[in-house]
Design a binder for this molecule. Structure first.
Ligand SMILES: Cc1ncc(COP(=O)(O)O)c(C=O)c1O
Length: 414
């Protein structure tokens, strides 16, 4: 029995915390899916196959061999105490070498231009907090990955605005006309966001794009930078899949964008790259994300809050050692890209063989498939905000019952 003065409501989480409970059906389904035992060909053949996360298992044998041989080099007793908060000079220097080798920046990256957090998820939250005022809008190109909206907006009081590119023939910048249309869509979105009272402060995109598995051309990125400068917005590019490319499309980093004085593009101040180790390197457990920016005030400001995203001493020692060995990293990347290309070919063949429509990819760990034909087997509404179950969620539930979980498109803010 509770005491007479007991009032459970008085001890509820804050309103903003309670708002995070409400993610809709796709989130509920994902949590339901995670409770099932995972498929294993020997130990759990009836287990469930989770195709909803971008996991890279292609190099596990390589990484096992490497860590079996080299982990004894790291003395555990030396990583039990506090390490640096957001990356010391040795880690910064190793990563600057890595970015200069693989990302072809227009100006070489200096170690001091790198800030490190415990993963890209934390970095996105931190970047939004640092670059935007509450009430500012962040435009992002959609479809995009499931958690982006949440990462940007759940703690920062900003308005995350998806800018759908699904009606565009080629949002990645095939030719000048494609780029013109992409910028037009962004311009319209910025105008309507301003009209609603939310000033757009930043454009966020993921390149290579998740879930389309495509790379934006260097020309498209330059045009996006011009668009941002015309509205005094920051351009932030999440390049977590930078090395996961296999097709004939070339990955071009935001770090390679050049100043355009006439258009007011000042890359040192307004263009920021993000990278992490969870995807290309399958090191999600290491929890490491990097911001690469030449804007010194942003670096100083963001470092004030990396207190909350303190990296572990173990991760720092391991990553510094691994990424200092550029020949080793090159060997990893070459083997990985070959395996990724083979894995994509198998996926491609399976999709064609089974008559499942999809968008051809050139990069990433995923393929955007179109199951709209199968949605026709279900009755119901199609609007994501409708509280009743949409046909897409019904299809996902049906697939889940059959042992497979896929990310529904409505969750990707198409
Ligand atoms: C584009 C993108 N950025 C960031 C993340 C999360 O990265 P991290 O594990 O470093 O938090 C993901 C995970 O799926 C992703 O797809």
């Amino acid at each position: 029995m509770s005491a007479p003065w007991h009032n459970a409501n008085a001890y509820q989480p804050s309103r903003r915390a309670l708002e995070t409970f409400n993610h809709g059906k796709a989130w509920d389904l994902m949590n339901k899916a995670k409770q099932r035992p995972a498929y294993h060909p020997k130990t759990c053949p009836d287990g469930f196959i989770n195709l909803s996360g971008a996991l890279n298992i292609l190099m596990r044998d390589w990484l096992k061999d490497y860590t079996d041989k080299h982990m004894p080099d790291i003395q555990i007793s030396q990583v039990l105490s506090y390490g640096t908060i957001s990356g010391g000079p040795q880690l910064q220097s190793a990563m600057a070498g890595f970015f200069n080798h693989f990302f072809s920046p227009s100006i070489p990256v200096e170690p001091s231009q790198i800030v490190v957090t415990n993963g890209v998820t934390s970095m996105i939250d931190l970047v939004a907090w640092t670059l935007c005022e509450p009430g500012d809008a962040v435009l992002y190109l959609a479809p995009t990955f499931y958690m982006l909206d949440y990462d940007l907006a759940s703690r920062n009081g900003i308005i995350a605005v998806p800018v759908s590119t699904t009606m565009l023939e080629n949002p990645f910048g095939g030719d000048d006309e494609h780029i013109r249309k992409l910028i037009e869509v962004l311009h319209n979105s910025a105008v309507s966001t301003v009209a609603k009272g939310f000033p757009p402060r930043m454009l966020f995109l993921c390149n290579p794009a998740n879930p389309q598995g495509r790379c934006y051309s260097a020309k498209a990125l330059a045009a996006l930078a011009r668009f941002c400068s015309s509205r005094q917005m920051h351009l932030v590019v999440d390049e977590i899949y930078a090395l996961s490319h296999f097709g004939d499309e070339v990955f071009s980093s935001a770090l390679a964008i050049e100043d355009d004085i006439e258009a007011g593009v000042d890359v040192n101040n307004m263009v920021h790259g993000i990278y992490g180790l969870s995807k290309d390197f399958d090191m999600g457990g290491v929890r490491m994300g990097f911001l690469i920016t030449r804007n010194t005030s942003i670096i100083e400001a963001i470092k004030r809050v990396t207190w909350f995203t303190w990296i572990t001493a173990f991760s720092e020692v391991f990553v510094t050692d691994f990424f200092s060995k550029l020949n080793l990293v090159q060997n990893y990347v070459s083997t990985y890209q070959k395996r990724l290309s083979e894995a994509y070919s198998k996926t491609y063949e399976a999709l064609v063989e089974n008559g499942i429509p999809f968008q051809a990819a050139t990069s990433g760990l995923f393929v955007l498939i179109d199951l709209s034909r199968w949605i026709g087997h279900f009755d119901g509404p199609d609007q994501a905000e409708n509280p009743a179950e949409t046909r897409e969620i019904q299809l996902c539930t049906w697939l889940l019952e059959g042992g497979v979980f896929l990310n529904p498109g409505q969750a990707k803010t198409t």
